[in-house]
Design a protein around this ligand. Sequence first.
Ligand code: SF4
Ligand code: SF4
Length: 287
Amino acid sequence: MKKKPFFLRGKYDDTMDKDYNIVLVGTGGQGVILASTILGWAALHLNEKTKVRTAETHGMAQRGGTVIVHLRFGPNVESPLVKTHSADVILSFELVEAIRYMNYLKPDGIMLVNNEIIIPPVLFRGQHVSVDPAVCIGCGNCRMNCYINTYYQDMDTLAIVSAPSSRIVNGKCEILPGCTGCVRCVEICNQNAIQLIKEISYPLYSEIEQTIKSASKNSYIIPASTIARELGDIRMTNIVMIGALLGFTNVPLKPELIKEAIHQILRPNVVEQNLKALETGQKLIQK
Ligand code: SF4
Ligand code: SF4
């Protein structure tokens, strides 16, 4: 399908006189870079004077490693890097990554965090899950929501293009060597067919939450992945997060430009569901 023509710049906000800094963090496969592309597109089209700079790091990104993107926009931006203690926003797609990078946040900056924990592979080496075939009904929910399978699919054919973590054989789920032991599927299986065989220790959710809340009076933890999953595709977590960010009225990004960016950047057949995810995210925060 043909894309809509690009918007002209200079149509939206000519009043922006200060630079704005966003740091996006998460783990590989969560759509952090796509989120920064959408935000950057929207920032670029605010007005003719706005400059946009980004810098990204994605070590081990494809296997749950850290991803960080610096996004700066405004009339005076030159360097793409955000200094520590100067980010207006930290948009974190994962709880522990938020803590890792919270030194970028300026006092009273916005800390918006997805309440998902993705344990780094290096930590959960040795952690295993297994499926009880007597209980498994072969529904495939675990497989569809596994980040290894989800993020290793060809976007057009939906064929798995890299080592999958599980498969359904003869109506039963079978865990494969691609599984990293993240335990997400243990929660997802409503038949309780998946068990954690060997567990590693990790900070308690309450400890992580307390640390994030202490970063700023504007710290919020939201269930973006849960919402995206309920809307039909966990890959829309990034759009739910962007929607929630738009709920802060002091963030100089315009919802209409974000919507246009979604039209311009995403494949036409997923635009409608992503706009719904955006709208749902917007309802999470009203500030
Ligand atoms: S393990 Fe659970 S979620 Fe996975 S296919 Fe079996 S019943 Fe479904
Ligand atoms: S534990 Fe479950 S969700 Fe995690 S990688 Fe393995 S199969 Fe996927």
